[in-house]
Design a protein around this ligand. Structure first.
Ligand code: GLN
Length: 293
């Protein structure tokens, strides 16, 4: 193979990606080329560069997510390493960060727990933002923990963050002022309808919420009363149809819904949970009185 023009290579890449059902083939071809040659925009590709680009295009054509090919994804304006062992950070989860900042803005939580940390994007973003806080990110997969630990170091919060490999909060016996979680919550019957990028390449462990999508919430929610400090708050991501179900589960375990939030697409996405306040319960049971939160 000899040197080829970049334009020709991009045309070919675009056609390949389009034929594989990639949604924005021209843009993705350009982004893949940038991984090979940077943003310098040369007019020609060396034969080695041409082969490299062809390899990346073939991977993307098999619907491997761009973030996995690039090995990095931006979240809250920070770059996070991602691999096939981590859920790719999503804009939906930035809503969760926004919720935490809204709630705690002026008085950051001292101790934070992130259950099912994945790439570590939640705990790392919070610790980068709140420089006086410390936190623990837990994940059941050792390979995932290794990526999270690298992201901790990448963002310079290694002195305040610990990544723990474990089964949810099983190994923890302390309390936290803020518990965040984006656990797997996609119901079994929805898995088949996911985009190939998600269904074929993202870790099933990070998205499969069991038959009804609540399997992990049933593990996490019962632990929250002992994990939350007295005025602690849990900020939990959930699927668009799960607000009522998750609220009910929380209530069964003595927790109050202290707030809700929608994502940028207007879908129900986040629930705030806190210890039930005794006075709130008595108000709710008294005739004619409405609880104001
Ligand atoms: N929001 C993700 C998706 O739709 C799922 C994330 C999760 O299960 N926590 O692919």
């Amino acid at each position: 193979m000899t040197a080829a023009s970049l334009d020709d290579a991009l045309r070919e890449a675009t056609a390949t990606l389009r034929a594989s059902g990639v949604e924005y083939p021209a843009r993705e071809a350009r982004l893949l080329a940038e991984l090979v040659v940077g943003r310098d925009d040369p007019r020609t590709l060396s034969s080695a560069e041409g082969r490299h680009l062809a390899t990346l295009v073939a991977r993307r054509a098999r619907r491997e997510p761009f973030a996995q090919i690039a090995g990095v994804r931006e979240f809250w304006s920070l770059d996070f390493e991602v691999t096939m062992d981590t859920l790719i950070p999503r804009p939906d989860s930035e809503t969760l960060i926004e919720c935490c900042l809204d709630r705690f803005g002026r008085r950051p939580p001292a101790r934070i727990l992130d259950l099912g940390t994945g790439s570590g994007c939640l705990i790392v973003t919070l610790l980068v933002t709140w420089t006086g806080s410390s936190g623990i990110g837990v994940d059941v997969s050792e390979r995932t923990c290794a990526v999270a630990a690298r992201n901790v170091l990448r963002h310079g919060v290694g002195d305040r963050a610990w990544i723990v490999c474990g089964d949810w909060a099983g190994a923890l016996d302390s309390t936290f002022d803020l518990v965040v979680a984006n656990p797997p919550y996609v119901p079994g019957h929805d898995l088949a309808g996911l985009d190939p990028e998600v269904a074929l390449h993202e870790p099933r462990l990070a998205i499969d919420g069991g038959v009804d999508g609540y399997a992990c919430y049933r593990r996490i929610v019962p632990r929250l009363p002992t994990l939350l400090s007295r005025h602690g708050m849990a900020v939990i991501e959930h699927g668009p149809d799960q607000r009522d179900g998750l609220s009910g589960l929380a209530s069964d375990h003595g927790l109050d819904v202290a707030g809700t939030a929608d994502d940028l697409g207007g879908r129900h996405r986040v629930l705030f949970l806190a210890h039930r306040e005794p006075w709130r319960k008595s108000l709710e049971s008294a005739d004619g009185l409405v609880t104001v939160r």
